[in-house]
Design a protein around this ligand. Structure first.
Ligand code: NAP
Length: 282
């Protein structure tokens, strides 16, 4: 995979293209911050913007996109179906709300935010319907384990093309990444910087010093070189730009391996199996 520019895309198994790098919007909650943050991200080259019903910011993101008059065909919009609205009819209805709030006719990518046992197959059936109806171009999942993906495969007419999971040097989920890759599923990294937990790592700092890059840049580059699509979030202009400047250096195989060895299976977020069983984040 070539990695020379932030605006490059990569193919999805359903024939669509997805940017190789994206921007997370979790915790962006007021209009002025959303406006300046998205403008900075757009100018830095980000085209994929990740939101969710749960973030309660689809409406202000929709306002921003309209105010900034960003060309819809150049944007890549992702949203996610919340646990509380899963089920066939509920999902169809809830996604209408997302489209309205985002002021768009379609989403580029819709994900099931977390697997929920009670609505497991019905929600996916709704996702397939939304794709068939043209309301969403691509469908995927988030926080699915290998077991969840194997279960889904027993009834799905089509499989997810993206699995968005927590992924960073302290939680590198190698077995899941291997499964996704073998099954032509793009792995997106949420909390790609471990919500800052990895930013003080001395080994990554040393590698960064060698390349004249920050710890955040080394981590994002490590993810890209592993074929992962990171979606870092920041509301500081200098960090938004810094995080995007990861296409002008390359980590060696040794450096990649040294970062691989930092894994400690350390989550910053929920355990998918618990949300699956209870239907709720905790
Ligand atoms: P993250 O991107 O790993 O980290 C964000 C934190 O790091 C913020 O506190 C940010 O601070 C800081 N930061 C960003 N760049 C930095 C840099 N270069 N140097 C120092 N600090 C930096 O974590 P995240 O926001 O949890 O995850 C990213 C996106 O993934 C979310 O926004 C959301 O879209 C998505 N997500 C999805 C799920 C899911 O279940 N599917 C769960 C969580 C997140 P400032 O903003 O103050 O700069």
């Amino acid at each position: 995979m070539t990695l020379s520019s932030i605006t490059e895309t990569r193919p999805l198994a359903d024939g669509h293209q997805i940017p190789k790098f994206g921007f997370g919007t979790h915790l962006l909650s007021d209009q002025a911050t959303m406006d300046t943050t998205i403008q900075t991200a757009w100018d830095a080259g980000y085209r994929l913007f990740d939101t969710a019903m749960l973030y309660r910011n689809e409406d202000i993101l929709g306002n921003t996109l309209k105010t900034l008059a960003l060309p819809r065909p150049d944007l890549y919009l992702t949203s996610k179906v919340a646990e509380a609205v899963q089920g066939y009819d509920e999902t169809l209805k809830a996604v209408e709300g997302s489209l309205k709030r985002l002021q768009t006719d379609y989403l580029d990518l819709l994900l099931i935010h977390w697997p929920v046992r009670e609505h497991f197959f019905d929600t996916w059936r709704a996702m397939e319907q939304l794709k068939a109806d043209g309301k969403v171009r691509s469908i995927g999942v988030s926080n699915y384990t290998v077991a969840h993906l194997e279960l889904l495969a027993t009834q799905a007419k089509e499989m997810p093309v993206v699995n968005q999971v927590e992924y960073h040097p302290y939680l590198n989920q190698q077995a899941l990444l291997d499964y996704d890759t073998e099954n032509h599923i793009v792995t997106e990294a949420w909390s790609p910087l471990g919500r800052r937990a990895v930013l003080g790592d001395p080994m990554i700092k040393k590698i960064g010093d060698h390349h004249h890059k920050s710890v955040a840049q080394v981590i994002l580059r490590w993810e890209l070189q592993h074929g992962i699509l990171p979606i870092p979030k920041s509301q500081h202009a200098e960090r938004i730009v810094e995080n995007a400047q990861v296409f002008d250096f390359e980590l060696s195989d040794d450096e990649l391996s040294m970062i691989d060895l930092l894994n400690k299976n350390q989550r910053t977020g929920n355990e998918p199996e618990i949300v699956y069983e209870t239907g709720k984040q905790y």
